[in-house]
Design a protein around this ligand. Structure first.
Ligand code: F6R
Length: 260
């Protein structure tokens, strides 16, 4: 996996947007896997800017989001449906019919989860998956001990995730306890993974993901199993990495590396 340490959150957001934009330009009907939370907001702002100023075209793109809170209607302000509409979809020319966010109000979740997986397959799989990382090392809502082979399913949130996400709700009691989430196995099938993290509060999780053992205790460590994983972090999030100088050295030497 490639570790890219950026000097600021803005630089990180621009770097990731550059990778996503290159994929969309090369394949206009690309399938994008998207995340919510505070981390990708800068990325989405930059993609919106690229659409408005540089004509980046999303008209043939399909999107699949990682997760949703169970019990929240799509118009609930803390739902991930609402988040995606407000922070990305309504600002670009993606066809709303081609945007997919898991339903938090399905009648039969077993059936619905299988359908969601099938829809991803029917679109040819995800070309690039954007990921954040939780303080407990989760990707999507795959909390510690989630199987590294897991598929889309219902997951109970940890107390730490509920505490972390309480900042978006009026009170902690309003944070849903259950989520519907792509599994680690689902995520690993994407052709490329881009994990983003900024801030010192992510430093332990980032170190465990990059340098710790591959373990269900830190589901982001599953990125070590992926042949095309890129991790974009700022200096604070890189604060606990043992091999930091090496990752920086690799980036410095990249322009002179043999063409692959
Ligand atoms: C959300 C998601 C979560 C977040 C993670 C970090 O779709 O997949 O795994 O990426 O909880 O959240 P923030 O970015 O708010 O720190």
């Amino acid at each position: 996996m490639e570790v890219i340490i950026c000097s600021s959150y803005e630089e990180l957001s621009r770097a990731v947007a550059g990778v996503v934009a290159d994929i969309v330009r090369a394949k206009p009907d690309a399938v994008l896997g998207l995340a919510t939370g505070s981390t990708p907001l800068g990325l989405y702002k930059e993609l919106i800017r690229m659409h408005k100023e540089d004509g980046l075209d999303f008209s043939k793109v399909t999107t699949f989001n990682l997760d949703e809170y169970v019990g929240l209607q799509p118009d609930h302000e803390q739902s991930y449906h609402y988040f995606m509409r407000e922070n990305l979809f309504k600002h670009i020319n993606v066809d709303p019919a081609n945007t997919n966010v898991p339903s938090g109000t399905a009648e039969n979740y077993d059936e619905y989860c299988q359908q969601y997986e099938q829809q991803i397959k029917d679109c040819g799989g995800i070309d690039v998956q954007v990921l954040g990382i939780g303080g407990d090392g989760h990707i999507a809502f795959n909390e510690p001990c989630s199987s590294l082979a897991s598929r889309t399913r219902i997951k109970t949130l940890t107390e730490q995730t509920i505490d972390d996400n309480a900042r978006f709700f009026d009170k902690k009691e309003d944070v849903p306890i259950f989520s519907i989430t792509m599994g680690v196995g689902t995520i690993l099938e994407a052709k490329k993974l881009l994990l983003l993290a900024n801030g010192a509060n992510k430093a332990d999780a980032v170190a465990a993901a990059i340098e710790g053992p591959v373990s269900a205790m830190c589901t982001a460590s599953a990125l070590q199993l992926h042949p095309h994983g890129m991790i974009f972090i700022d200096a604070e999030a890189a604060g606990k990495l043992k091999m930091r100088e090496y990752y920086e050295w690799i980036q410095t030497q990249k322009p002179t590396a043999p063409a692959s």
